[in-house]
Design a protein around this ligand. Structure first.
Ligand code: SAM
Length: 335
């Protein structure tokens, strides 16, 4: 048996995982790379089967109070036209997505306090009353009573990525908050009974291989149900302008290692990876989820977290049936 296979088996065994154990897998090249991807794909098939879960994502506001160094929505960005969907528009789009056949809706926005605890709660309540959609919230850091209230209103899941497990790097890139605060939010959401989604960016300037390994180990520690792993994409209007994009291949390796370590969690082929052409690849090396936008086309350009995002208009039912067809061509079933 090859050395890499031994390493992957040890990661899969899940005992005493350390960054040092994960790093050789993250550094795999050539035949070792194929061994890694095939191992992860077998684990995906064993623990998740051939179903690909399709998640509709509605980006309902690009207002943000934060100053993340990498994100185009940062509060100080005066070059971005801001939009905010009304509660009626949000519920209307959600119901349209349900009608088109989507089963899960991710409601995502910048940290926009216009959506108060009550306002967002009512939106969730109405969507849950009028549809069968599972609702995931992805609205960042809030007081814990907001999280508790939204859970009572029917929210099922919460996506809040840890972004990087390097505390000093996190604090440098998020001057409005702190790593400890982010972690506290994640732990509280888990305690409240949400299915918790975390995740991180690959290739964030300053990230090392050890941090990347720690990013993956952090997912295990948090007992996440979902992990969004995407490449960092440089936005020219941000503090981190001029840096290189994260590598799509390293992102795929991180997805593969996460599958091997975490077994049955939901791992999306993230939208950031999709724009780098990695959708099909990710589904072949551990991913079992796809996020598909249902944001009305007039707003898509404005949700400018990084350049190159897909903005084309398409009827929601058609968009979903095309995706299901493409998945069936890969021997997978879109749900
Ligand atoms: N405000 C919410 C939060 O903090 O969780 C959700 C919205 S935030 C814009 C969604 C995600 O976009 C972040 O978790 C981050 O990983 C990703 N993101 C932002 N800028 C990015 C960039 N330049 N490259 C890749 N991903 C980026």
């Amino acid at each position: 048996m090859s050395e890499i296979t031994d390493v992957l088996k040890e990661i899969a065994a899940g005992k005493d995982s350390t960054p040092e154990l994960l790093i050789p897998a993250l550094e795999a090249e050539e035949e070792n790379l194929s061994t890694l991807f095939e191992f992860a794909d077998r684990q995906r098939k064993e623990f998740c089967g051939d179903v690909v879960h399709i998640r509709a994502i509605l980006e309902f506001s690009n207002y943000c109070r934060c100053d993340c160094a990498y994100c185009g929505l940062f509060a100080g960005n005066k070059n971005l036209a801001r939009y905010r969907m009304t509660p009626e528009e949000i519920v209307g789009t959600a119901l349209e997505a349900a009608q088109a056949g989507y089963r899960t809706l991710v409601l995502q926005s910048g940290e926009d306090l216009w959506y108060t605890k009550e306002r967002l709660g009512e939106i969730v309540r109405e969507i849950k009353e009028k549809s069968e959609l599972a609702v995931t919230l992805s609205v960042g850091e809030r007081p814990f009573d907001h999280y508790a209230y939204w859970k009572e209103c029917g929210a099922d899941r919460f996506l809040i990525k840890h972004e990087t497990a390097d505390q000093a790097l996190y604090d440098r890139y998020h001057p409005h908050s702190s790593y400890m605060r982010r972690l506290a939010c994640q732990k509280e959401l888990y305690r409240l009974g949400y299915e918790l989604g975390s995740g991180f960016m690959v290739g964030l300037p300053g990230q090392t291989m050890k941090t990347l390994a720690e990013d993956i180990l952090h997912l295990k520690e948090l007992q996440v149900s979902m992990a969004g792993i995407g490449p960092y994409i440089c936005h020219p209007g941000t503090r981190l302008r001029g840096n290189q994009d994260g590598s799509a291949q390293l992102t795929l390796k991180a997805v593969a290692v996460s599958r091997i370590l975490l077994k049955d969690v939901n791992l999306p082929s993230t939208t950031a990876l999709n724009i780098k052409g990695g959708l099909r690849d990710a589904l072949n090396c551990g991913a079992n989820v796809i996020m598909q936008k249902v944001t009305p086309s007039r707003y898509r350009d404005l949700y400018d977290i990084y350049p190159g995002r897909e903005t084309k208009e398409m009827d929601l039912a058609r968009q979903l049936s095309d995706l299901k067809y493409n998945l069936s061509q890969m021997g997978r079933t879109g749900l």
